[in-house]
Design a protein around this ligand. Sequence first.
Ligand code: NAD
Ligand code: 3PG
Length: 528
Amino acid sequence: MGYRIVIADPLSEAGLEPLRRDPEVEIIDVSHEDDPDALVRALRDADALIVRSRTKVTRDLLDLAPRLKVVGRAGVGVDNIDVDAATERGVLVLNAPNGNTIAAAEHAFALLLALARRIPEAHASVKAGRWERQRFIGFELMGKTLGVVGLGRIGSEVAKRARAFGMEVLGYDPYLPESRARSLGIEPVSLEELFRRADIITLHTPLTEETRNLIRRETLALMKDGVILVNAARGGLIDEDALVEAVRSGKVAGVALDVFAEEPPKNAELLALERAVFTPHLGASTVEAQENVARDTSIAILEALRDRPVRTAVNLPEAPSPEAAELLRLGERLGTFAMDVLDGPPVAVDVTFHGEISEAEREFLVRAVLKGVLARQLDVRVNLVNARTLARQRGLEVQETWTSTSTGFPFLVQVRLRGERGSAVQVSGTIVEGLGPRIVEVEGFPVDVPPEGTIVFAHHVDRPGVIGRVGMIFGEKGINIATMIVGRREIGGEAVMLLAVDHTPDEDTLAKLLDIEALRSVKLVRLG
Ligand SMILES: NC(=O)c1ccc[n+]([C@@H]2O[C@H](COP(=O)([O-])OP(=O)(O)OC[C@H]3O[C@@H](n4cnc5c(N)ncnc54)[C@H](O)[C@@H]3O)[C@@H](O)[C@H]2O)c1
Ligand SMILES: O=C(O)[C@H](O)COP(=O)(O)O
């Protein structure tokens, strides 16, 4: 089956090469369509959608795409995507965060230099036939103090360039260790100190609830008179009305903006400001950056469509290891096993990890277990993206414990699914080198079966003849038993039986099994 990938915003053709050469991919490019319904039509049977910042991927838009598995953002900011709505629908969101860092950092500097040397006005003047050398007196960057808010990929590249210009660099980033800032030649300071001390302030944070209107009347009041502001991050970081007032009053001596609260900007007062340089969200618009982000997004989209771990997923934890696929299979199948055996609906799931297992692997496994538990119950597509959200929405309590106690396996995952009225099922698994995922314990009985195909799981009393009679019933029905495992604690005591069968037994066969006196319960487990 092929993949239909919709491109909503213009992307670099060279960067799309991984998609173009994939025989399974059909590209529907609506990025140059004037008709807004073209996107709506294309989404009806789309598997993937790729956007830049123009297309708003809203809850309503996602509802128009019932098959959608992944949204790729060919760039950094995902503020144009309703990530929560995507998560609820099990749609993976991924971005391409590395490809446009240099382009954006260079653009912030281009804006600053254009403002400092009044290049846009001077250029317009020369084009108009004038030669006004006294009119355009600028200022130098050397010796000035630059305040960088947000010291991530772009902020740190801006800081490096500022140092090369002989600037003193202050930085504020509450999520970055101070030592990292210092190693970049940046003096880490509080936001207030940065506002008070900087001659020039440049913004490089994402737009979040915390950073919205970071620059507003109160914070502008803290700044030096004649401060210069640069924003090539996100428009919402600045309250534009407050900025207009501050520029008019002379508090802000100049402003350079690549991004606006609304794009294209409609704020006439802002656009009329004189000591200002504006560009139409061009930070990532270089040939190199566009090729990088389109290529990174194309590759990640193909990984996602083929259920492989994606390093740049926005609404999933980072893939823990190349062996992630086996880990996911183990977790999911343990969840499905427990669900198929449990009597009644589940109310809680306890996942206990033993031995050597990283935090990322534990997070992946918990999501995989939840996927296995929930997939049988829900209409919506359950996947690693939305498994935790759906569990929470359904009131399924999730408990995780990690102990370093040895179990004889390098690591062990134990899933205990609890139902109403005290019912419970426990199943454990691990990954055995060379064999892959194995179920190694059920209800406290040691077993060893691969979590594959159809398994008949029975509780019985360890008595001569039981196994023979079970075998005969399957034989009469023409059902081949591929593997049979019996677990018991003591001779003649309670025991469990796991039979991997080549065909799914019908109700009649299961009823016949229950007629065997020593058989207490029989459950059909379908592990796919
Ligand atoms: N103009 C453009 O075309 C363009 C191009 C690329 C990126 N961007 C934007 O630039 C911004 C930065 O991109 P990046 O790739 O450097 O991202 P990044 O994630 O590498 O860096 C963002 C940094 O902001 C910090 N941060 C978060 N909240 C903060 C807060 N309240 N105060 C201070 N710092 C905070 C984070 O800790 C992180 O270090 C994003 O908004 C991105 O969307 C714009
Ligand atoms: O977040 C980003 O990557 C930039 O804002 C670039 O946006 P664009 O892809 O719309 O140019």
